[in-house]
Design a protein. Structure first.
Lengths: 461, 1080
């Protein structure tokens, strides 16, 4: 198949690009998407990427094994900075995991047809990101083997329950619920496509496997009726979760007394930031994906533009939050809040703060330009900057606040170690591995929903 | 011994024995060279082709060379053989162990109730004096040291060295075997060798027999020495302590014509002038514990009864920090100020040298104040100052009518006091000239700490190698706790028994004699000084106990000796043995030339300053605040407890003034004090592991490189070097092994394998002086220092509240709580107030800490380590900010860096009523007790560290790794059985010594009563020399803690957070002289 050039797909000036490239019918759309999975010629780059990712996962395993053997002292954390990379990474990955469910559920409820091409892999991204995130709260504890045991409310005869006042317990529930619902939503959405793969597969083994995954889907009207109901119900369930998870995560900080944490606007600020970084991640994944798999006619410039617009909107909310944080610090005239503001601007980590301002406030302003929103490589670079900025934001919140709190004698610095970096990079590798396995073995774009967008599907009533 | 053997007629002559040696030699060689695994299945396999010889040796009931065993020389060969062949592995197990039956207590020892501690009185010899103690023992294992409350020199308090000495007892790196030239030897062989010397010296009246000890204040040891000197009239007894009191001795001679020890009555003094006397911080200041308490007893209540302290100080100490008026001077200027002050007060012969304008002003004000308080004032000279300063201080006290009122004089406590500088010089001269034949060194580490110009090491080497080629080669014997730098240069090394393992006696600073009774039998078969000296008397083999009793029997006149003895041992001291005050008359003649000027001359005649570039400065030598003279180098608690002023750990630093740091190019100073680390260049702000600039200090041609530490309040044009570090041979704590101590999987060296820790100040100390002149220069290198505090200013937080004069206090007595409306009420929380939920009904534990009294001496911090089984973490982990101390003492600096205000603030857990740590713990591992404590449930803790993040006071400590040492057997015996040893991944913090609360509760409930006020003393409270810490029941309106909390000066830290801390502070009030400019 010839490589599709971006220029071929560009609409005339002033016309929005279509959500799906021209010239597709039900058959071609199905074959193109299912072809990635059912092909006998796995592209070489896939092997290269997976090999690299497996290596990085090995590094992650080493880091975690050493961590379990020696204790969290291998990291840079100390007193006063009791939380470091682990919690920064946790919040960052959870944030990334927001866009998927938002796209799938909220945009579904709002009947945004452009979500269709990107929702499937965005959901996968969510699940994989939450998996990375979920790793950190467990391994960051001093005694992970006990944490796994004590943190879950097991109705045991000894009657020892977790402490329900602690936001960390809320986290356990929020994140596990979010993961469960996202996983169900994703899994339910995959059923008709698995059936499609089952029906298209040539090999008996593949047919059997997808057959099992399709759970007896036959595509009858009754199936479709029940399916739509279930899907909408799940979307309804998932929608509040998108808002709640990061709100709860933000309460880890907002509930505490630490200046720089103890802030009421954290929940909306965190949710906006999460969606901001989530869409950045969608772009980071979608742009190479459409290029590598020649999917420019399914993931069109329309999608990229819309993601860019959403980034601009949520980025503005985040920028507003930064300004507000500073303003409230000054407006309160509380000496600890003032010192927090001062520390952000003049403290030993102030260069992190200014980098954050550049990444998250200044650089997204380029999205006002259509040229940037329509140029994939620019969007890609920008998304990477935003992603880094969002990581910095969590670093600023976690480390810079703890570093100097109330009693000056206890102020201290935090320096990460190689084990911190290995763990962070390791989860990126793990995420990449999962994502590329997903692309190879599951339909990365929803086949049946794409078909519904095609002209042939528009049945006149 | 050998005589009887030689006379045995049934012996076969050695020459008649057919040697089997050759083959055994081969076996041994083969074993030594063998590679690979060193075990075997059978003896045949081991011996291989030498089977025959080996088998014969093993199987014959009386091997052919049996007779050799009786010969001293051949027996050594046998031991060598045994060492090579059997010690490798395996065969040691074949040795038949003596039958040792273990038996349960059929009849329990009297007084022993398992689980209940027993306290025994004893005393710790330290710096030539004794500190009376009570030692807590659990099933006859000493676990904790307290002061003896009945003894006037302690009154229940101790210093940090006494607290840490318990770790010294159980130190696994202590010397464990008698050695001869490094080879282990049995006691009998040593005894034989020593007795040979006795026999030899009997023949020559003891010529060439020398004893070297530190300052001795043990009456029994003194009488033993006297007895020895009678038997050997030509023998000599030398004394050497690197932290000596020669200045005080000479000063007393200068002033009175004889040696007297001054005894101060600080409680009676309204005005105190310290001339470099650090009686509030230096535990080596005789009587520190009592003096600190007496001094601070006059500062508990602000008002006319408060005393006033003027400190003219060279190297900054906490005494200067606590002074109302602190004059920062170089060492040599202290003498100038003393002369000027004495001249002002009319002391004859003291001419006023030229001084600067502020110094004049200071002296005028001090002289006026002293004159106003005649008979109620006190001038205290410093231990490290010259004879002139001491003599002038005595003269001033005499002139002011203080003698007999606030100061009186007694006989010296030290037995047969001598000038140490002179004494060691004589010894080294004799050693070099070949006059010394037998040298017995009791304690100390002279190769390391003797004056550098004497070169004690080469003098010892001459004896070791028999450089004078005498027929009877010289013998050197060392008795010491550790295999230290001196050990390789002595023939014999005998492990010394710790003071907690041996019988002895010692006099406290007022002369009261204490009986030192052992708490445990020697862990490593150590011998006491009494037993070693006993060899040289007519009664070898007499136990320390018998010697001690015999001495005191001779001192006790009545016929009720046994009863009197039991009483004295029980009480820990001999009643009425304090030295009586002597009436002395001042005979002050002309004063000698200033000491430092002579030192300066000496330096410049020796060194060629042109070769060394840099600034000429005064070099001051001081004992390290926590390692002292180096004898505590291997003590982890003392290494890790921060030095009071610098908050540094694990290293010594070279203190310089902020101005000098600027001149050396470390930082341009803007006149305002920011933070300690901001004063340094190339450093990040508020981190605990700042890299310090390394400076080189050249003193008289010798150079030492040391990390510079910019110390506000340090005199300009001077540098302070601290003793104690840089030892070559020490244990795993005292040497810098480069290993992370917390690494449980790292090999734990049993002997030093690393570089010396810190720098060796002794290497440039000539003539045992406390000050000299040197040239200071930069090196461009950096060296990391582990600091527990990074930020030394209070900013606008004001954790320490202080009224800087009585005037200011009277104007606003409520200065510590100026905005009471900022403190939320109990109902201003979402969560209900515990007090309304039936909590705190019986007891509500609370603590107050008096910031006026706290001198920052660190005793509480070390006591907490001992009481609560706190782990040390090592230098690397301290750099990472992971030290584990449950009570820290914050130091804050304010004002002009040249003469700052320094504040100390001990911070234990605040035990908040609304504790921010409690609601955030996901597993409920930190919970609120009904008595208001924040309990830690270690078993439940998973280690999220959320509680620590949410603690505004940052008093929680986390086991980031396995910091506790679960492996070393001796340390297991040391631990307090009432406190769990925390493993990795667990949060811990101050518990208000909950184990002590519970012990008192059990006791009270058995008697069906409430716990009385003062029945519980927390470990930090008990040890505090100044009684700065008060603990008790807040519900009891009559308790001392309630009364202190009702005081207007009582305030909480960060009260606006509504944490309602149970630990509160009593704000400080200074008694500054209105005639002098306020400090800041």
């Amino acid at each position: 198949m010839p490589q599709i050039e971006e220029i071929d797909l560009l609409p005339p000036k002033g016309v929005r690009p279509p959500v799906i490239g021209p010239g597709h019918d039900l058959g071609t759309a199905t074959d193109r998407i299912a072809g990635i999975v059912l092909t006998k010629h796995t592209p070489l780059f896939w092997f290269a990427i997976v090999a690299l990712a497996v290596t990085i996962v090995g590094m992650l395993n080493t880091a975690i094994a050493y961590l379990f053997a020696r204790g969290t002292g291998i990291w840079g954390i100390n007193i006063p900075v009791g939380w470091g990379f682990a919690i920064v990474n946790f919040v960052w990955w959870i944030g990334i995991g927001h866009a998927g469910t938002l796209i799938s559920a909220i945009l579904l409820l709002f009947k945004q047809s452009w979500r269709t091409s990107i929702n499937r892999f965005a959901e996968a991204m969510t699940i994989f990101a939450v998996m990375q995130a979920g790793l950190f709260p467990l391994i960051h504890t001093g005694r992970p083997w006990l944490a796994a045991y004590w943190l879950f409310p097991l109705p045991l005869t000894m009657g020892v329950w977790p402490q329900f006042r602690s936001p960390l317990i809320w986290d356990v529930f929020a994140v596990s619920t979010y993961f469960t619902v996202s996983f169900l939503f994703w899994g339910v959405g995959l059923i008709p496509d698995f059936a499609n793969l089952r029906d298209s597969a040539k090999s008996l083994v593949v047919r059997r496997i997808y057959g099992m995954l399709a759970m007896g889907w036959r595509g009858s009207a009754r199936h479709w009726n029940r399916y739509e109901t279930a899907y909408m119900l799940l979307a309804g369930l998932a929608t509040p979760l998108v808002l709640s998870v990061h709100s709860v995560v933000s309460l880890d900080f907002a509930v505490a007394v630490v200046p720089g944490w103890h802030t009421t606007f954290f929940p909306p600020y965190f949710v906006a930031g999460a969606i901001f970084s989530g869409f950045a991640m969608v772009l980071i994944l979608a742009i190479p994906f459409r290029y590598l798999y020649n999917m420019q006619d399914f993931i069109t410039l329309r999608h990229l533009q819309n993601c860019g617009k959403l980034m601009l909107a949520t980025g503005s909310i985040v920028a507003y939050a930064y300004v507000l944080e500073m303003f409230i610090g000054w407006y309160s005239q509380d000496k600890y809040e003032l010192a927090m503001v001062h520390n952000r601007l003049h403290g030993p980590y102030s260069h992190y703060y200014f980098m954050l301002v550049f990444c998250n406030i200044i650089s997204p302003q380029s999205l006002w330009f259509n040229k940037v929103r329509s140029t994939p490589w620019m969007l890609f670079v920008l998304s990477c900057i935003v992603q880094f900025g969002m990581w910095l934001e969590r670093f600023v919140i976690v480390v810079m606040s703890l570093q100097r709190d109330f009693i000056p004698s206890s102020w201290g610095m935090y320096w990460f170690t190689k084990w911190d970096v290995m763990t962070l990079v390791g989860t990126m590798g793990f995420f990449t591995l999962l994502f590329f396995l997903f692309i190879r073995f599951m339909p990365a774009i929803s086949i049946f929903e794409i078909r519904a967008l095609l002209p042939q599907a528009k049945v006149k009533e | 011994m050998s005589k009887t053997i030689d006379s045995n007629p049934s012996l076969v002559p050695v020459s008649a024995i057919k040697p089997a040696r050759k083959e055994l030699e081969a076996v041994r060689k083969e074993l030594a060279e063998a590679k690979g695994p060193k075990f075997w299945r059978s003896l045949e396999e081991l011996s291989g082709k030498h089977e025959a010889a080996f088998g014969e040796l093993l199987e014959r009931e009386f091997p052919r060379q049996h007779s050799e065993w009786l010969d001293p020389v051949s027996r050594r060969n046998f031991l060598k053989l045994a060492g090579a062949s059997m010690a490798l592995a395996g065969l040691a197990g074949c040795t038949k162990q003596p039958l040792e039956q273990i038996l349960p207590y059929v009849r329990q020892p009297e007084e022993l109730i398992p689980g209940r501690p027993i306290f025994y009185a004893t005393a710790m010899p330290f710096a030539g004096y004794g500190l009376p103690l009570l030692v807590e023992t659990h099933e006859f294992r000493p676990t904790k040291i307290e002061g003896n409350p009945q003894h006037a020199c302690s009154l229940g308090a101790t210093d940090l060295f006494a607290q840490a000495s318990i770790l010294g007892l159980y130190d696994p790196d202590r010397s464990i075997a008698i050695t001869h030239m490094g080879e282990p030897r049995p006691w009998g062989e040593f005894l034989g060798a020593a007795r040979n010397r006795v026999v030899y010296h009997k023949g020559n009246q003891g010529a060439g027999l020398r004893f070297l000890t530190g300052a001795v204040s043990s009456p029994t040891l003194g009488s033993q020495m006297k007895a020895i000197l009678q038997i050997f009239p030509q023998a000599k007894w030398h004394r050497w302590d690197p932290v000596h009191r020669d200045g005080a001795r000479a000063g007393s001679k200068l002033a009175f014509g004889a040696e007297y020890d001054p005894q101060y009555k600080f409680a009676a003094a309204d005005v105190v002038v310290s001339l470099d006397a650090d009686f509030l911080s230096g535990a080596w200041f005789p009587g520190f514990v009592r003096y600190a308490r007496d001094f601070m007893s006059r500062r508990k209540e602000p008002g006319e009864g408060m005393n006033r302290l003027y400190a003219a100080e060279s190297s900054p100490t906490t005494t200067g920090a606590k002074a109302d008026h602190w004059l920062v001077l170089r060492h040599s200027d202290v003498e100038k100020v003393a002369r000027a002050l004495a001249a002002k007060l009319g002391v004859a012969g003291a001419a006023a040298p030229p001084l600067s304008e502020p110094q004049h002003k200071w002296i005028d004000a001090v002289a006026a104040d002293l004159t106003k308080h005649r008979g109620k004032s006190l001038v205290v000279p410093g231990e490290f100052q010259s004879a002139t300063v001491h003599a002038l201080a005595h003269a001033m006290n005499d002139k002011l009518g203080n003698a007999g009122q606030t100061v009186f004089y007694t006989e010296p406590v030290e037995v047969d006091a001598v000038e140490h500088t002179q004494s060691i010089r004589e010894l080294v001269d004799d050693m070099n000239s070949g006059k010394v034949e037998t040298l017995i060194i009791i304690g100390g580490n002279q190769v390391y700490d003797a004056p550098a110009d004497l070169d004690f090491q080469s003098a010892l080497e001459k004896l070791l190698t028999n450089a004078s080629k005498r027929e009877v080669p010289p013998v050197t014997i060392q008795l010491s706790l550790y295999d230290n730098d001196t050990t390789p240069f002595c023939h014999w090394h005998v492990p010394e028994a710790h003071y907690l393992e041996s019988w002895s006696d010692v006099r406290a600073h007022d002369g009261t004699a204490s009986i030192i009774q052992p708490m445990i039998s020697p862990l490593y078969d150590g011998k006491s000084a009494h037993e070693i000296l006993g060899i040289f008397t007519d009664q070898p083999g007499v136990s320390g106990y018998d010697l001690l009793q015999a001495y005191w029997r001779s001192q006790h006149s009545g016929d009720d000796f046994d009863k009197w003895w039991r009483r004295s041992v029980h009480d820990g001291f001999i009643a009425g043995s304090a030295f009586p005050a002597r009436s002395v008359t001042l005979k002050l003649g002309s004063l000698p030339e200033p000491e430092v000027r002579t030192v300066l001359k000496m330096v410049f005649t020796q060194a060629a300053p042109a070769e060394v570039k840099g600034e000429v400065v005064e070099v001051m030598f001081r004992p390290d605040p926590t390692i002292y003279d180096g004898s505590f180098i291997n003590n982890g608690w003392l290494q890790e407890t921060p030095k009071p002023l610098t908050r540094t750990t694990w290293d010594n630093v070279a203190m310089i003034s902020p101005a000098m740091a600027g001149r050396l190019g470390f930082e341009e100073l803007e006149g305002e004090l920011i933070s300690q680390s901001d004063l340094q260049k190339n450093v990040n702000k508020d981190h605990q592991s700042d890299a310090q600039n390394v400076i080189a200090i050249n003193v008289g041609g010798r150079t030492v490189r040391a990390p510079a530490w910019t110390q506000p309040g340090h005199p300009d044009g001077a540098v302070t070097l601290f003793f104690g570090y840089g030892q070559e041979r020490t244990g795993r704590v005292g040497s810098d092994t480069g290993e992370d101590l917390a690494r449980s999987d790292a090999p734990r060296p049993t002997r030093s394998v690393g570089k010396p820790r810190g720098y060796d100040a002794y290497s440039v100390r000539s003539g045992a002086a406390y000050a000299g002149a040197g040239i200071i220069s930069t090196t461009g290198d950096h060296y990391p220092i582990a600091v527990t505090q990074g930020h030394f200013t209070m900013d606008d937080r004001e954790p320490v509240k202080v009224a800087k004069s009585l005037e200011a206090y009277r104007k606003n007595p409520n200065f510590a709580n100026e905005n009471p409306e900022e403190i939320p009420k109990t109902d201003e929380s979402l969560y209900p107030y515990f007090g309304d939920k039936g909590f705190y009904e019986r007891y509500a534990w609370g603590m107050t800490i008096d910031l006026n009294s706290c001198v920052g001496c660190q005793a509480c911090s070390v006591a907490c380590y001992a009481e609560n089984n706190i782990s040390i973490v090592g230098k690397y982990q301290v750099q990472r900010g992971r030290e584990m101390g449950w009570i820290r003492i914050d130091a804050y600096y304010e004002g002009d860096p040249a003469n700052p205000n320094i504040y100390f603030q001990p911070v234990p857990c605040m035990q908040c009523e609304n504790a921010p740590c409690e609601p955030v713990c996901p597993v409920g591992a930190t919970t609120h007790s009904t008595e208001g404590l924040n309990d830690m449930v270690y078993n439940r803790c998973v280690g999220t560290r959320y509680c620590s993040n949410n603690c505004p006071y940052k008093v929680r400590r986390f086991n980031f790794m396995l910091f506790a040492d679960f492996d070393t057997p001796s340390l297991k015996m040391m631990r307090n059985p009432d406190v769990s040893v925390r493993s990795r991944g667990v949060m811990e913090k101050c518990t208000y010594c909950v184990q002590r609360i519970n012990a008192a509760r059990i006791n009270a409930e058995k008697q069906d009563r409430y716990i009385r006020d003062g029945e519980i003393l927390t470990a930090c409270q008990q040890v505090c020399p100044t009684q700065a810490i008060t603990f008790g029941n807040k519900n009891d309106k009559d308790s001392r803690v309630s009364k202190l909390k009702a005081d207007k000066r009582n305030y909480s830290l960060v009260p606006e957070l509504n944490t309602r801390p149970r630990t509160t502070y009593t704000a400080a009030v200074w008694n500054t002289n209105p005639e002098l400019p306020e400090k800041a």
